[in-house]
Every structure is written in C-alpha cells, then in structure tokens.
Design a protein around this ligand. Structure first.
Ligand SMILES: Cc1cc2nc3c(=O)[nH]c(=O)nc-3n(C[C@H](O)[C@H](O)[C@H](O)COP(=O)(O)OP(=O)(O)OC[C@H]3O[C@@H](n4cnc5c(N)ncnc54)[C@H](O)[C@@H]3O)c2cc1C
Length: 376
C-alpha cells in the first residue's frame, strides 16, 4: 500500500537520486520523484560514460576509487558487467608537460598502474596521434567504460524491489514546511509529504531549494557538447584508448565503429534541455584533424548535457545548515556517474545517522569540503 507520508522524498531520479534512493530504501519509506517521464533524460543519459580514477579533485577521486568494487561486482538484480576496459591517455602538447607532471604527482600511488609516457610511447599506445604534437602523456591503463543505462536502471529496479515508490512525470513546483516535515505540490496539483527532502535535482537544484525557501548555494550548470564522427580507416578502434587533452580542449574515444568526440565546452547555462553548440563542434573538428588521423569531416549525431558545478567546483552533499530536514546531493559536475555508488552510501549514512563508510574516508573524502554550509 502506498503510504500517505514517506520518511524521505528524493527529488530527481538521475543517477544521484536513484542511487541514494536505492541505498535508503532498505531501512526507510522512500518516494523518488522526477519531472520527466523518461528516466535519465538529462545529464545522466548524456554522459561520455567513462570511469576515470585520475579525474577530478581529491574528494572525487576518493569516491571514484571507492565506487570501483560496486561497479566491478554489482549486487544481484543489476546487469553485469557494468564496466569494460577503455584505457585513458591524457596528453600535454609541447610546452604544456608540467601540467601533466603535476597531475601525475597527485594520482601516483592512489591509482594503480598510472605512468608518464614520452611521445613515442604515447603514439604506440594511440597510433592515431600525429607526430610532433605531444610532449608527454599520462597513461591510465585501468580506466573503464561504464554501461550507464544498465547502472541507472539497476538502481531504479533494485529500489523498487526494496519497496520504494517511484513517480515519473512529477515535477515538484513548491515545497512547504509542515508539522511532519515537508509537503510538495506537484505539477498536476496533487501533493505528497515526507519527513526529509533530498535535493538531487541536478541543474535545477538551486531552483528546487528556492521553492522550499532554502537559500541557494550558487550552482552553475555548464553545457558540454558531444558528437560522433567516422573513425579512421585501418585502425582497430576497440584497442584505442580514450584520448584527452590535459588542457581540456577536446577528447575522443571509440564508440562502436565510430568516434565519440567532445569540444570539452563549459559554457554557463540556465537549467534547461541543453542543445549541442555547433560552433564548438566546428572548432573541435579542426583540432581533432590537427592532432589525430581521424578524418573528422562530418558529424553523425550531436547532443549536449549540463554538468553542474558549485562555486568552488566541489560536491554539495549534506544537510542544509538552516534546515536539517533538507539534504543536498548536488554539484556532481563531470563525475556524477563514476562516483554514484560510493557517494550514495556516504549520503545515506549521513541521512540515517550511521557512521560514514570507511572506504571513502580512508581514501581521502573530507565531509567538511563537500558540506553545503561552506557557502553560507
Ligand atoms: C557530455 C557529458 C559527458 C559526461 N561524461 C561523464 C563521464 O564520462 N563520467 C561521469 O561520471 N560523468 C560524466 N558526466 C557527468 C554526469 O553525467 C553527471 O554528473 C550526472 O549525470 C549528474 O547526475 P544527476 O542525477 O545529479 O543529474 P541529472 O541526471 O540531470 O538528474 C537530475 C534529475 O532531476 C530532475 N528534476 C529537476 N528538477 C525537478 C523538479 N522540480 N521536480 C522533479 N524532478 C526534477 C530532472 O528531470 C533530472 O532527471 C558527463 C556529463 C555530460 C553532459
């Protein structure tokens, strides 16, 4: 029977909301709401699907490393495998080697097998690289590609099997404080109520806070474009690594018989149904031709999604300092999928009052660095 009041209402059923709802549902009555009918319609369904342990700051790296065990051996009910190998080759152009050496210092010892390589080694690992471009490369052989859809659907199905309630096409328009917690007015005029609200609304998280009278933290959604183009002839695409410019001007990786590319754009945007930036694609095609032997003449498909950042680009996870029944799970930037399993465990423990999981704290996650009160 559907309760008339839930313990926790999670707003947003992208990877963040779905994974946390799954973790909470074994001990609490949880309602998971999304304004869209199609789950994963926004950032979660538009990602590049990479699992990169060298990517992001210290907290992101700790959460990514701590998520690996779950992704490698997911619980019953999840499709498996969720990961398959796709090594990463980050490169620095001539004159930019120092940036990559500094990155290496930060990740060496935390992420297994990472090495610095010279130009010849980089071209051996990635034969589509042209000569005379690369000063130095950083090879991450244990990087992976994730089946994001299977992971996301796995969280949603397992959440429902644990007795969780999911409502799609249910936009939260207003949140009002009540004696029992919160009452949400939905787009169709109906209301639902819960003791605790979790704000996992991605690019809309500040807006959702606004509807509750909670002060925003200052999130900026940033558009990132992606597109596909034909691969180079005569190259075994499946053996190519993902190729990533350390200065974030573009990246490419094989996707079936074609290449998935991105101009790595970061243009600030309103929360919206993001559309590809055609100028950024044109610039990127030139750059890809200059650096690689990918023909990069025409675009087969293109899309964009919003990566949402806090003012210091760190996560925003924890109880709101002005109202502890309002919990933030936002600011996942470009790492929300690869961090989701461990972040959901951490956030669930913070909500239920359990001890924070040792696997992330031991790896360097600092709760004070991700708490929302640092913006007040
Ligand atoms: C091009 C691109 C490449 C990326 N590559 C990677 C990658 O390789 N690896 C990686 O880990 N990450 C990657 N990311 C980042 C990753 O996609 C995001 O960090 C992650 O999906 C964020 O998940 P989320 O659940 O917070 O947001 P979303 O998936 O956007 O979910 C938020 C949900 O909230 C719902 N919502 C909003 N407002 C309301 C409301 N008022 N009422 C009800 N529901 C509401 C929305 O409908 C939405 O479904 C990439 C992103 C992009 C755009």
């Amino acid at each position: 029977m559907t309760p008339d009041h839930w313990d926790v209402m999670v707003i947003g059923a992208g990877i963040a909301g779905a994974s946390l709802a799954y973790e909470l549902a074994s001990t609490a009555d949880v309602l998971l709401l999304d304004m869209e009918q199609t789950l994963g319609y926004h950032a979660t369904g538009r990602s590049a699907a990479m699992f990169l342990e060298t990517y992001g700051g210290e907290d992101i790296r700790a959460l990514t490393v701590a998520s690996r065990a779950f992704l490698e051996a997911p619980p019953a009910g999840f499709e498996s495998p969720l990961l398959r190998p796709r090594p990463l080759l980050q490169f620095a152009r001539i004159g930019r080697g120092q940036a990559l050496k500094e990155l290496f210092e930060g990740v060496n010892g935390v992420v297994g097998g990472v090495t610095l390589v010279d130009e010849a080694e980089a071209r051996e690992l990635c034969p589509i690289l042209r000569q005379g471009i690369v000063e130095i490369g950083l090879h991450e052989p244990s990087a992976m590609e994730m089946d994001v859809d299977a992971l996301h659907q796995g969280f949603v199905h397992a959440f429902r099997s644990r007795g969780g309630d999911l409502q799609r096409g249910s936009r939260v328009d207003e949140l009002a404080r009540t004696a029992r917690g919160w009452e949400a007015r939905l787009g169709d005029g109906t209301t639902v109520s819960a003791t605790t609200v979790v704000n996992a609304a991605g690019a809309w998280a500040d807006q959702v806070a606004g509807t509750a009278g909670v002060r925003p933290v200052g999130l900026t959604p940033r558009r990132r474009t992606a597109f596909t183009t034909a691969g180079p002839d005569g190259v075994a695409l499946d053996r190519l690594p993902m190729l990533y410019d350390v200065d974030e001007t573009f990246y490419v990786k094989p996707e079936g018989d074609q290449m998935l590319c991105s101009p790595a754009d970061k243009t600030a945007s309103e929360p919206t149904d993001a559309r590809a930036d055609t100028l950024a694609i044109a610039r990127s095609l030139d750059e890809i031709r200059e650096v690689t032997t990918i023909p990069a003449r025409s675009v087969r498909a293109s899309w964009a999604g919003l990566r949402t950042f806090s003012p210091d680009e760190g996560l925003v996870v924890g109880r709101d300092p002005d109202d502890e029944t309002f919990f933030w799970l936002a600011g996942q930037g470009g790492y929300g999928v690869q961090t989701a399993p461990a972040l959901a465990r951490y956030a669930a423990a913070a909500i239920t009052g359990d001890d924070a999981p040792k696997d992330v704290l031991g790896l360097g996650l600092r709760p004070d660095r991700i708490a929302p009160d640092r913006f007040r």
